[in-house]
Design a protein around this ligand. Structure first.
Ligand SMILES: Cc1ncc(COP(=O)(O)O)c(C=O)c1O
Length: 400
C-alpha cells in the first residue's frame, strides 16, 4: 500500500515558490541576486492596521471566533461591496478565510465532483489548476495570448463551455499578466454566461485596487445582475493593504454556497486568526488614503519596467492595466545562445540562464500556462527594478 495519497500525485509544488527558493540558495552562496518572483507588495502594513491588531490582542480577542468570520468584519465586508462595487449582500452571504486562497479552495472543495470542469483563462495564477485537481475536478485552460492583450474573447468562452462546466474563473486585473477587462469586454463574457445557466462564476478580484491610468475596475455580478445568484465574488486584504502575512481573504455569494464553504472550513482550519480579523476590519473601515498612494507608486514602477523591458532586444512587453506584474513575450529570443553558452529552447531555460548569468530571478511562463514569456513582479524599489532591467537588457543584447 502506497503511503502517499493519489490526490498528492495530481498536483505539483508551486513553481513561484521554487524560483524564490533557488534565488535564496544562490544569495546564501554569496551571489548578488535580485528577486522579481514574489507576488507581494514590498510596503509595510499601514500603522493604523497594526495598531488595531495590537488593541485586539490587549483586549483579549485571542479566542476562537465564528468559523467564517466575526460579525463586525462581515458587516464591514458588506459595506465594502456596496460602497465600491454597488453589490448588496447580507452577512449570511459572506465568508472569511485564511487568505483569499482558502476561500477559493473551500469553494472548489464544496462544489466539485469528479468530471466537473473549471474553465481557467491562461495565463493563470498558478494555484487555480492545482486547487481544482486537489478538489477532484478537471481544469480546462483556455489560452488568451498577447494578440488579445491576454484577455479571453466571448467566442473562446463560448467554445470552452460544455455540459460538464461547473465554474468559470475570472481574474481581473490578472496575476500573472496585469491585464484588466473593461466593462465592455466583461459584458461580452457575461452575455455568453447568461446563455449557459448551469455555469457558475468565480471572480477573483484580489487586485481590484491596483489599477492604473483611468482604468475602471469592474466585477461580473456588478456588470450583469442576472449572474448574481451564481457568482462567488472573491477578494481579500492581502495585496491592496499590504497584508499578505495576516492571511485574510473573503468572498460573497448565495447563502447555500457560503454555508457549504463554511462546513469545509469548520473541518479544516476553523476561523482565520482572530487578531488578523480585527486588523482586516480596520483595513476596510479605516482611512483609505493608503490605496491611492500605493497605486501611484506601482504605476510609476510599471512604467519604468515596461519601458526598460521594451528596450531589451527580443522582448515585447505589453502595458498592463493593473496588479504589479508584467508578462513579456520572448519569442524572438528562442533558439538563441546566451553569453554563457546555453541555448534558449524555452522560457524555463531563459529564466534559468538569466538567474545563473545575471542574478535576476523571474518566473518562467510555462508555470502560468502561456509560453514563451516570463513574469516580473515589480513590487520592489525603483532602484532595484532599474538595476534588474538593465541586467536583463545586457543579457538580451548578448544573445546570438
Ligand atoms: C490572483 C490571486 N488570487 C488569490 C491570491 C491569494 O491571496 P492570499 O494571499 O490572500 O491567499 C493571489 C496571491 O498571490 C493571487 O495572485
Amino acid at each position: 500500500m502506497a503511503f502517499l495519497s493519489d490526490t498528492l500525485a495530481r498536483v505539483k509544488p508551486s513553481p513561484t515558490i521554487a524560483v524564490t527558493n533557488k534565488a535564496r540558495e544562490l544569495a546564501a552562496e554569496g551571489r548578488d541576486i535580485i528577486g522579481l518572483g514574489a507576488g507581494e507588495p514590498d510596503f509595510d502594513t499601514p500603522q493604523n492596521i497594526k495598531d488595531a491588531a495590537k488593541r485586539a490582542i490587549d483586549a483579549g480577542k485571542t479566542k476562537y471566533t465564528a468559523v467564517d468570520g466575526i460579525p463586525e468584519l462581515k458587516a464591514a465586508i458588506c459595506n465594502k461591496f456596496l460602497r465600491e462595487n454597488g453589490l448588496t449582500y447580507t452577512p449570511a452571504q459572506i465568508t472569511v478565510g485564511t487568505g483569499g486562497k482558502q476561500t477559493l479552495y473551500n469553494a472548489f472543495m464544496a462544489t466539485l465532483n469528479p468530471g466537473d470542469e473549471v474553465i481557467i483563462p491562461a495565463p493563470y495564477w498558478v494555484s487555480y489548476p492545482d486547487m481544482v485537481l486537489l478538489a477532484g475536478g478537471t481544469p480546462v485552460p483556455v489560452v488568451a495570448g498577447i494578440e488579445t492583450q491576454f484577455k479571453l474573447t466571448p467566442a473562446q468562452l463560448e467554445a470552452a463551455i460544455t455540459p460538464k462546466t461547473k465554474w468559470f474563473i475570472f481574474n481581473s486585473p490578472s496575476n500573472p499578466t496585469g491585464a484588466g477587462y473593461t466593462r465592455e469586454e466583461l459584458k461580452g463574457l457575461t452575455d455568453v454566461l447568461m446563455r449557459h445557466p448551469h455555469v457558475w462564476v468565480m471572480s477573483d478580484d484580489m487586485y481590484e485596487h491596483l489599477v492604473f491610468d483611468d482604468f475602471k475596475f469592474c466585477t461580473p455580478a456588478e456588470i450583469e445582475p442576472g449572474l448574481y445568484d451564481r457568482t462567488l465574488t472573491c477578494n481579500g486584504v492581502s495585496k491592496s493593504y499590504a497584508m499578505t502575512g495576516w492571511r485574510i481573504g473573503y468572498a460573497a455569494g448565495p447563502v447555500a454556497l457560503i454555508r457549504a464553504m463554511g462546513t469545509i472550513q469548520s473541518q479544516s482550519t476553523s476561523n482565520p486568526s482572530s487578531v488578523s480579523q480585527y486588523a482586516a476590519l480596520e483595513a476596510l473601515t479605516g482611512p483609505q488614503d493608503f490605496l491611492a498612494e500605493n497605486r501611484a507608486v506601482f504605476q510609476r514602477r510599471r512604467d519604468l519596467v515596461v519601458s526598460m523591458l521594451n528596450q531589451a532586444k527580443g522582448i515585447t512587453c505589453p502595458v498592463p492595466e493593473g496588479a504589479f506584474y508584467v508578462y513579456p513575450d520572448i519569442s524572438a529570443c528562442i533558439g538563441k545562445a546566451t553569453a554563457g553558452g546555453k541555448i534558449i529552447t524555452n522560457d524555463e531555460v531563459f529564466a534559468d540562464a538569466l538567474l545563473e548569468e545575471t542574478g535576476v530571478a523571474v518566473v518562467f511562463g510555462a508555470a502560468f500556462g502561456l509560453s514563451p514569456n516570463f513574469r516580473v513582479s515589480y513590487a520592489t524599489s525603483d532602484a532595484v527594478l532599474a538595476e534588474a532591467c538593465s541586467r536583463i537588457q545586457k543579457f538580451c543584447a548578448g544573445l546570438v
